[in-house]
Ligand binder design. Structure first.
Ligand code: MTE
Ligand code: MO
Length: 309
């Protein structure tokens, strides 16, 4: 996806360059010389290439993204993941890929990353709790990995599972969720080019609290669909169970597409609180499919989006 831009302006072009450089230097802890390639496609750090799918909006700073998190395996408070996720040992991480695939097996992170070009995807991110951020993920299209394992013709859904490690995850002692955290997508949703597996953000490896070493990002759906720290990906012919739907099926559906016209039973979804805006910041209106309708509305043609929430 490198090279061709849907928009001429990237957020970095609209931000005073000195400020942008400054921010990146602080983040990467590097000197200005390292940013010689700024006008080119490659960034520093992981060397992720820019993507035509990135939004032109300015990302939230790294500290917002890493300090205000939902990752219940480390506690239900927004700051618990930042405090506790260092306990997760991601060394030697393995992902099992099974079910209706030609080549089932165990993949190390090296296997997964070998032969993949990492892209920067700056996406809007909208939690079902009505807050939002803009996040510069680093990752690759899930479709690329699925092509490598060979999806069989009977497959209709993709199921995902998070690691379950009671010794490293203090939050799983409370039965808030029927652990492990599981999620799922319809196969065509999984194959959409917007759907990525992210292994980093801000061109650095993924922080544990954001779902290291590999997590899903589905930007047109509420945040809980974007499952963290994945250890299993299964291709199936049946709609897989999903954690929040199992926990409270009346409030959380399988699809959970961002939709400002369908309220959560306990609050409005018409607008969202932009993290970092301060308590006096105005809420901004929520966009259908979180603003990604052009890319994904076709997936739901003929479906009653109020019913299949
Ligand atoms: N395994 C797991 N994945 C998860 C969650 C979780 O609690 N456990 N929370 C979800 C929710 S509700 C949101 S909003 C996003 C938050 O991602 P972030 O903390 O990186 O912004 O992760 C999602 N993925
Ligand atoms: Mo969320």
């Amino acid at each position: 996806m490198a090279g061709r831009w849907k928009n001429d302006l990237n957020w970095s072009d609209t931000t005073p360059k000195a400020a942008w450089l400054n921010r990146r230097q602080i983040m990467a802890g590097m000197g200005a010389a390292a940013f010689g390639g700024i006008a080119g496609p490659a960034l520093a750090g992981l060397g992720a290439v820019k993507s035509e799918y990135s939004t032109v909006e300015e990302p939230n700073p790294l500290d917002h993204i890493t300090s205000y998190c939902n990752y219940y395996e480390f506690g239900t408070g927004k700051e618990d993941p930042a405090r506790n996720a260092h306990m997760l040992n991601t060394d030697g991480w393995q992902v099992e890929i099974d079910g209706l695939v030609d080549k089932p097996g165990t993949w190390t992170m090296d296997d997964i990353l070998k032969g993949t070009t990492l892209e920067e995807r700056i996406y809007r991110f909208r939690c079902v709790e009505a807050w939002s951020m803009v996040i510069p993920w680093v990752g690759f299209e899930l479709a690329d990995l699925l092509a490598r394992v060979g999806v069989q013709s009977g497959a209709k859904y993709v199921a995902f599972e998070t690691a379950l490690r009671p010794d490293e995850m203090p939050g799983v002692r409370s039965p808030v969720i029927d652990w492990p955290y599981v999620e799922g997508l319809r196969l065509d949703e999984a194959m959409n080019p917007l759907t990525i597996l992210a292994t980093g953000l801000y061109d650095e490896p993924m922080p544990n609290q954001n779902g290291a070493p590999i997590r899903l990002v589905v930007p047109w759906k509420y945040g809980f669909k974007s499952i963290k720290s994945i250890v299993r990906i299964s291709l199936t012919d049946k709609e897989p169970p999903t954690s929040w739907n199992k926990t409270n099926g009346r409030e959380y559906g399988f699809y959970s597409n961002v939709n400002p016209t369908v309220d959560h039973p306990r609050w409005s979804q018409a607008s969202e609180r932009v993290i970092g805006g301060g308590i006096l910041a105005k809420r901004k209106p929520t966009l259908m499919f979180n603003g990604y309708g052009q890319e994904v509305a076709g997936l739901y043609e003929g479906m009653d989006l109020a019913k299949f929430y």
